[in-house]
Design a protein around this ligand. Sequence first.
Ligand code: GLN
Length: 228
Amino acid sequence: PMAQAADKTLVVATDTAFVPFEFKQDGKYTGFDIQLWEAIAKQANLTYKLQPMDFNGIIPGLQTRSIDVALAGITIREDRAKVVDFSEPYYESGLAILVPEGSAIKTAKDLEGKTVAVKTGTASVDYMKANVPSAKLKLFPNIDNAFLELATGRVDAVVHDTPNVQYYAKTAGNGKVKVVASLKSGDFYGIAFSKGSDLVPVVNKALQELKANGSYDKLYETWFGKKP
Ligand code: GLN
């Protein structure tokens, strides 16, 4: 029988700004997550509408079922897996430090006592609290405002997901910022669903098919270059 959730127009949440996974370009959302979902929806014959929102609202939205699915570079974690369901992992990630070009900061230890911008509700906040408790955290629901804060010298560093800060430094950083130390690796992103969703096996199957037929790799190369 056809999965129940697959019969309606799904509300698919995505982050407001998380280059190069989801971001607004010429008035439309694009990026790796957006195009991966497009391909999954086509493969599994799902209809949906996108709903960009601050990262912080996504897991609560899945819990209250005001959204059905979310792709937002969401790190699969045990605490989250208690309240939402995850697809198979689809991208390996980690955390890194972004600093102004001339900064002396090189390692997590160098962040001690410093002012660091992080995004509300993300893994970076937990990492900093656990590993560099003396840092003063400035929280931003939208990472673009953290980058702005770094550009204007109001924080010493931004800590966020490695692919995001790398892409930002390369494309919008204007040579004024650099990515130093990788703080953490071996994180995996998953597509998140309301707990118990019958979409999980449907989406996992589509993801496997896209990996097997080369579509996933093609999309990966579009946004990140050849796989190492
Ligand atoms: N991967 C991070 C997390 O899940 C944040 C991703 C994002 O900012 N969209 O906490």
